[in-house]
Design a protein around this ligand. Structure first.
Ligand SMILES: *[C@@H]1O[C@H](CO)[C@@H](O)[C@H](O)[C@H]1NC(C)=O
Ligand SMILES: *[C@@H]1O[C@H](CO)[C@@H](O)[C@H](O)[C@H]1NC(C)=O
Ligand SMILES: *[C@@H]1O[C@H](CO)[C@@H](O)[C@H](O)[C@H]1NC(C)=O
Length: 763
């Protein structure tokens, strides 16, 4: 029945009296109506029944959202004549927290459908949405507008979400910003964020919620979907059989998923049906991935009803296909008991983990990931707060390394997601129970009816196949460790007559490799070219075709004093067939695609411009490309000189061999990024064999290619290797944002049946 802990003494008393056989009175419906809405009752007018007010979309019940029937026949809280129950128009948090800009119109309060426009003071540029509408779920459309100026800091201005206050206004490595919400709003997401070396803030932008703010199914499926996709796809796949079907090779499994659904308020069978269908849907979706997890599934109120026992997976007693039967067969009759015991749910999960560790041994257990997914309103009445049990679970999975340096790599072994569902949610109790890095782990949903829809939209296997840029962030002992760090890397060998030429390339879709146009010579044919990508299906890939940018012409400016002109130095190689995608072979993200917006966590309709502003936010942007010595690849660190720094960088092009023009813009067009030199950072310099390789930025889990290695002012090294720049040496890389029409014409072409096109942004 889920009495809240906040009225606990009375709830406990009521239970005792009941057991002692005390007479109890039914409640009445007198004065219970709500203006503009209606209500429903979980147990008619019996003691313990919950009256839940419902309002149309964009409205919320006020002053109470629920009332419970007491044993003496009165409702709690008691309806007050001077504060009649009604449906109130939803409000959005105050947007005028914008720094360095104006918000119009200024209003004291903002309601559903109210529009706001944002403008930055001169000298500041805007990221995010310049126009926002207050939505029926109590949130602003689009994303937080941020007015910032290049400060040379490592991270972009973190912004201030509507309704929030921020402390911290420097954004260098290690700098921290903290957030709090104003008034009666509460914070969902990261209250503290730290600027990391890779230029990204830790955690996720927080948001300020009212009690009536909730997440839409679309928002949840985007956020939860991308998080679960990341954990599913960074795992090792199970082996494939000859006909490509998945099989489980080991009973050990590496991913354990624990699901718990609160049914304490679910007197209606319908509610439980929604829950079981939603779980079924989630499991179906997960099974489209190459991993097959083990599942523990429980329903709970004051007792635990175990529907699927995870240990059966280890004993081979249950198959994925039977989970749905188990869910269907679960009956709630006679399982109505008093109270809700959330703590014992976590205790059950911890016990299961302990048995698993005992079964598989400590070493194997280290490779087990645990994902806990809970559906509850958080109104626990029995068993006390689960906080200490959650702490134990963390210790158990982190292997008590919490204080040591090993902690970072163990954090990804545990995620606790909470779907807060119900008319009255205990956010303060629930939010601290979430665990995990990266995106959201706390979702606030209006009702369970939406859940199946949410999971339905979450993921489909085709979308996951193309999930670009996903990689392991650190080296492991595995044989193909480097491939997993750079799963998109490709080596290109072109046999021109007696010569063979080597270039780097990057896999940009299962069938296409991006490289430099100058790798090819006049007269080269597809059969002269091979691409090396070890996907377990033969390392050497045959080439079907290749496409050179139509504007590329190395001789175009011979008469203007530019012996070799490398503008538009890009080419795409089409392989004879798709490579086999796995954790070691996967495309890199390229600009202006929808996938890249997803990787950058840009919500809603994003633009190419937004991506560019995010990827090139500083006038000294740290970038990376690869070099090869023998069989080893290494990262070269460089800084693109942008804005005011650019002219000083590109002027060195005039010293290159074969350049006699005095106008540097003849040589280095706006399509190039410039790196190299020794100030303010000593950059690495490109070697001959690095050509065609991706110049990229690494984010947590994802890699985005922003340019490709084209040419340099000096040949400082031929074979490859980590060589540092001298004072005057410079490298020039084709900025991919400047060659989108070419990339789109081939990769985005949906007028063909040979390959799946990439989805490019409209603008
Ligand atoms: C019912 O019990 C509550 C709590 O003890 C009390 O505040 C309320 O006045 C009682 N109502 C009636 C009608 O007796
Ligand atoms: C904002 O919404 C409220 C409630 O619908 C409305 O009365 C008000 O006129 C709106 N304000 C503006 C500026 O549109
Ligand atoms: C599975 O676990 C057993 C111990 O229970 C271990 O001997 C075996 O190597 C493991 N298999 C895999 C594939 O991890």
């Amino acid at each position: 029945m889920g009495f809240s802990i906040h009225w606990s003494w009375f709830a406990a008393l009521s239970c005792l009296l009941l057991m002692a056989g005390e007479v109890r009175c039914d409640c009445t419906e007198t004065n219970m109506q709500i203006e503009g809405g209606h209500y429903k009752l979980t147990k008619k007018l019996e003691t313990g029944s919950l009256l839940i007010y419902e309002c149309p979309e964009g409205y919320y019940p006020f002053p109470a959202s629920t009332r419970r029937c007491q044993s003496n026949g009165s409702w709690k809280p008691t309806p007050k004549r001077f504060a009649p129950q009604r449906c109130r128009l939803a409000e959005c948090p105050d947007p005028s927290v914008l720094e360095n800009g104006d918000v119009s119109p200024p209003q004291e309060k903002y309601f559903v459908d109210n529009e706001t426009v944002y403008e930055c003071y001169s000298g500041y540029t805007m990221r995010g949405s310049s126009r926002r509408v207050c939505l029926p779920n109590g949130k602003w459309s689009g994303s937080t507008p941020i007015c910032s100026r290049d400060s040379g800091d490592n991270c972009a201005d973190a912004g201030v979400p509507a309704g929030a206050s921020r402390t911290g206004s420097t954004f260098g490595i290690g700098d921290t910003v903290t957030y709090s919400c104003n008034g009666n709003l509460f914070l969902v997401g990261s209250s503290e964020r730290v600027c990391q070396e890779n230029g990204q803030w830790t955690g996720k932008e927080p948001a300020c919620y009212y009690k009536h703010t909730y997440d839409t199914p679309l928002e949840v499926s985007e956020a939860f979907g991308s998080a679960i996709k990341d954990s599913l796809t960074t795992l090792e796949p199970v082996d494939y059989t000859e006909d490509g079907r998945k099989i489980r090779i080991s009973n050990n499994g590496t991913l354990n998923i624990y699901i718990a659904v609160d049914i304490s308020e679910s007197i209606e069978e319908e509610h439980i049906n929604h829950a079981r269908h939603a779980i079924s849907k989630l499991i179906t979706k997960i099974s489209s991935f190459t991993v097959s997890p083990n599942y523990e599934i429980v329903f709970f109120s004051c007792e635990i009803f175990e529907v699927v026992n995870i240990l059966d997976f280890f004993d081979n007693k249950i198959k994925l296909s039977t989970i749905k039967d188990e869910l269907e067969n679960f009956q709630t009759d006679g399982k109505h008991t008093l109270g809700t015991d959330l703590n014992s749910v976590f205790r059950t999960f911890l016990e299961r983990m302990a048995i698993i560790r005992h079964r598989v041994g400590e070493e194997a257990f280290k490779e087990h990931r645990h994902v806990l997914i809970l559906f509850t309103d958080g109104a626990y009445t029995l068993g006390g707060s689960p906080a200490s049990t959650v702490a134990k679970i963390k210790n158990f999975v982190y292997m008590d390394q919490a204080s040591e340096s090993g902690i970072e790599s163990r954090e990804e072994y545990l995620d606790i997601y909470i779907f807060a569902i119900g008319a009255e949610i205990f956010d303060n109790d629930l939010q601290p129970l979430t665990v995990g890095t990266g995106g959201s782990h706390y979702f606030r949903m209006k009702n369970i009816e939406n859940l199946q829809e949410t999971f339905d939209e979450i993921i489909d296997e085709e979308a996951v196949k193309g999930l670009c840029g996903l990689h392991k962030g650190y080296e492991t002992a595995s044989r193909d460790s480097k491939r997993k760090m750079y799963p998109w890397m490709a080596f290109i060998i072109i046999q021109s007559g007696a010569f063979s030429k080597k270039c780097f390339g990057s896999l940009v879709s299962p069938q296409f490799v991006l490289t430099a146009a100058h790798c090819f010579a006049f007269g080269d044919l597809p059969e002269h070219i091979t691409v090396e990508i070890d996907d377990g299906q033969g390392k050497v890939k045959k080439v079907k075709n290749f496409f050179i940018h139509p504007n590329y012409n190395v001789n175009a400016k011979v008469n203007e004093g530019v012996k070799e002109f490398y503008d538009y130095n890009v080419a795409l190689i089409q392989l004879e067939r798709d490579v086999q995608i796995s954790s070691a072979v996967r495309p890199i993200c390229i600009p202006c695609t929808q996938e890249t917006s997803n990787a950058l966590k840009l919500v809603g309709d994003s633009t190419c411009k937004q991506q560019e502003q995010l990827l090139f936010k500083n006038y000294l942007e740290k970038l990376t490309f690869l070099t090869r010595t023998g069989n080893v690849v290494n990262e070269k660190d460089v800084h693109a000189k942008l804005g005011d720094n650019r002219d000083d960088c590109i002027k060195h092009a005039l010293q290159a061999e074969g350049i006699t023009t005095k106008n540097v813009k003849d040589v280095v067009t706006d399509n190039f990024l410039c790196t190299g030199g020794r100030t303010p950072f000593r950059d690495h310099i490109a070697c001959t064999g690095d050509s065609g390789g991706a110049v990229f930025k690494n984010y947590e889990h994802r890699t985005i290619q922003v340019a490709l290695v084209s040419w340099g002012t000096k040949i400082m090294c031929r074979a490859g290797g980590l060589v540092e720049s001298d004072d005057t040496s410079r490298d020039f890389h084709i900025n991919l944002f400047r060659v989108i029409p070419f990339l789109k014409s081939i990769l985005g072409n949906d007028n063909q049946d040979e390959y799946a096109p990439l989805q490019f942004l409209e603008s």
